[in-house]
Design a protein around this ligand. Structure first.
Ligand code: FPP
Length: 265
């Protein structure tokens, strides 16, 4: 692998990924069962999806259920699975209308046939959406995704990072690298989410619990992101201009990365 793995979104739109944490604590603080927190969390999703295109977001990946979340009490897992089903059935028509293409990433094994059918229906019905690519990560583990991609490798081929990124996508539709990773709920960790795609992601943590997150929070995160300087291994912009690139040719960044920089500012 001789090139930086950065896979920029061709159109300059952002890929924002969100770890929607804090549903349980939000509910517990109000004397409610955790499932009530998840229901409220599900309600918080639509306004975020609707706001995203206005903020220049082309791909939005939401962490809805990790492969490790199966370890939760059976009752909570069932409530979450029911919520996903209800969400897909209730939101598909709206997504078609708003040009939102929905994909579900993660393993289908373990999901009910009913949920798998709903995922297939929603993906097929929204496939033409061009305003936003909404990816819901369900039964998702980044490590497992990397291992699956490695198994797909043709041992005789010389695999570049870009080729590997294509193998990562279970649906054959590779997502661009994450520009901005947001995590609500006050914790500061990645929890096995998009480990490859977040190689150069800017990280944004907010103490607010997911059910309280509004489009204004998304806007604040994107505004902060746009104020950051992304260097992708280089020095600061003035120092970069002062001296020629010192990296050996085999480590030079591909042009697409340079082209991607203005959107990051
Ligand atoms: C983490 O909060 C959240 C989850 C494991 C589930 C996320 C699900 C939703 C936001 C609702 C459904 C989503 C869609 C797309 C319909 P937590 O329960 O771990 O919270 P805690 O850390 O406070 O316990």
């Amino acid at each position: 692998m001789t090139q930086s793995p950065l896979t920029a979104q061709q159109d300059g739109l952002l890929h924002v990924a969100i770890i929607m944490d804090g549903n349980g604590r939000w509910a517990t603080a109000r004397g409610l069962p955790r499932s009530a927190g998840h229901r409220q969390g599900a309600r918080a999703v639509r306004p975020i999806v609707e706001k995203a295109p206005e903020l220049g977001i082309g791909t939005l990946t939401l962490y809805a259920f990790s492969a490790d979340n199966w370890r939760r009490p059976e009752r909570e897992v069932s409530a979450l699975m029911r919520l996903f089903l209800v969400y897909l059935r209730a939101e598909t028509a709206r997504c078609i209308k708003q040009g939102v293409r929905v994909s579900v990433i993660g393993r289908r094994e373990g999901l009910s046939p009913q949920l798998c059918a709903a995922i297939d229906d929603t993906e097929a019905a929204t496939a033409q959406g061009r305003t936003l690519h909404l990816r819901l990560a369900v039964n998702y583990s980044a490590r497992e995704a990397i291992v699956r991609a490695a198994r797909r490798l043709d041992p005789s081929s010389d695999c570049s990072c870009e080729a590997f990124a294509r193998l990562l996508a279970d649906d054959g539709s590779p997502a661009p690298d994450v520009d901005l990773l947001i995590r609500s709920g006050g914790e500061q960790r990645l929890s096995d989410f998009l480990l490859w795609e977040c190689a150069y992601a800017e990280l944004y943590f907010t103490p607010r619990m997911w059910p309280e997150i509004t489009p204004a929070d998304l806007e604040a995160a994107v505004r902060e992101f746009r104020g950051r300087e992304r260097r992708f291994g280089r020095v600061t912009a003035p120092a970069q201009q002062a001296g020629a690139a010192s990296s050996p040719a085999h480590r030079r960044l591909p042009g697409r990365i340079t082209q991607a920089l203005p959107t990051a500012q």
